[in-house]
Design a protein around this ligand. Structure first.
Ligand code: C5P
Length: 270
């Protein structure tokens, strides 16, 4: 019998519109691994919360409610799409408005804590490629290989504008640029699981590499690490995630007690 809890994990973190979804999907396909788009979970939460008349301010004022809603998120991924209750929502989740709402809700520790087990449940044999903001730092700290994808703001904005227009949403480069700046700032400055590279992450610059070369580079790194996960340290990486009773610390600390640096990481290796 295969033990899913030891299935190898490869994480790809990075800011929005950096191309990490495309990269992660292609790497998962090349390795024959499962794929987790953790952003879609936060986006689905935002859509669901909105439908339940919960806005980010209300969630902040009533974290127990926000937590309960996240625990009961009626979300299912299947081969052809993403179901929220009995509705297919893959397209609806891609709206910029939902991405922004997701960014606001995801700053709440209670929401993050409630969605943690759901993300970890994706880990199964023969392996998992997970993309997001905190895959290597919080969700899968023991991952065999951690990649942090960066790309110049301009090229990310162009990519996002194109994606939005292709999906039938209206967007201008200026509005997308302004929005990405805001979203980066919020994702990097939140007190829990901020967007940042794990100290051991390999830095990949998607501005200068084609998608094919990026996939190739990640596969080479993967071959070099031999697909073995890092043994988990005794200190729980979840300790910063506060339960609704607010008992655990709110800051994400390095083992030496210092706050992790924000994007881009000076320690990241190429
Ligand atoms: O990656 P994507 O743009 O779909 O994510 C939407 C939002 O969800 C992000 O701006 C971020 O705030 C949040 N998110 C997160 N942690 C993740 C993935 C996404 O906080 N692992």
């Amino acid at each position: 019998m295969t033990d899913d809890s030891v299935a190898p994990v490869l994480t790809i973190d990075g800011p929005t519109a950096s191309g990490k979804g495309t990269l992660a999907r292609r790497v998962a396909q090349a390795l024959g691994f499962h794929y987790l788009d953790s952003g879609a979970i936060y986006r689905a939460y935002a859509l669901f919360a909105e439908e339940q008349q919960l806005n980010p301010e209300m969630a902040q004022a009533d974290p127990a409610l926000a937590h309960a809603l996240a625990l009961n998120l009626p979300l299912r991924f299947h081969a052809d799409g993403i179901m929220l209750g009995d509705r297919e929502v893959s397209e609806a989740l891609r709206a910029e408005r939902i991405g922004n709402l997701a960014s606001e809700f995801s700053a709440l520790p209670e929401v993050r804590a409630a969605l943690l087990a759901r993300q970890r449940a994706f880990r199964s044999a023969p392996g998992l490629v997970a993309d997001g903001r905190d895959m290597g730092t919080v969700v899968f700290p023991e991952a065999c290989l951690k990649v942090f994808l960066v790309a110049a703001l301009e090229s990310r904005a162009k990519r996002r504008t194109k994606q939005l227009i292709e999906k039938g949403f209206s967007a201008t480069l200026e509005s997308v640029l302004a929005n990405l700046r805001k979203r980066d700032a919020r994702d990097q400055s939140r007190s829990v699981a901020p967007l940042e590279a794990a100290p051991e992450a390999r830095l990949l610059d998607g501005t200068t590499l084609s998608i094919e070369d990026s996939v190739e580079q990640v596969l080479q790194w993967w071959a070099a690490v031999g697909g073995r996960n890092i043994p988990r340290s005794p200190a729980s990486p979840d300790q910063h995630l506060r339960a609704p009773d607010g008992t655990s610390p709110s800051g994400f600390q390095q083992p030496n007690g210092s706050r992790r640096s924000s994007l881009p990481p000076s320690q990241a290796r190429r």
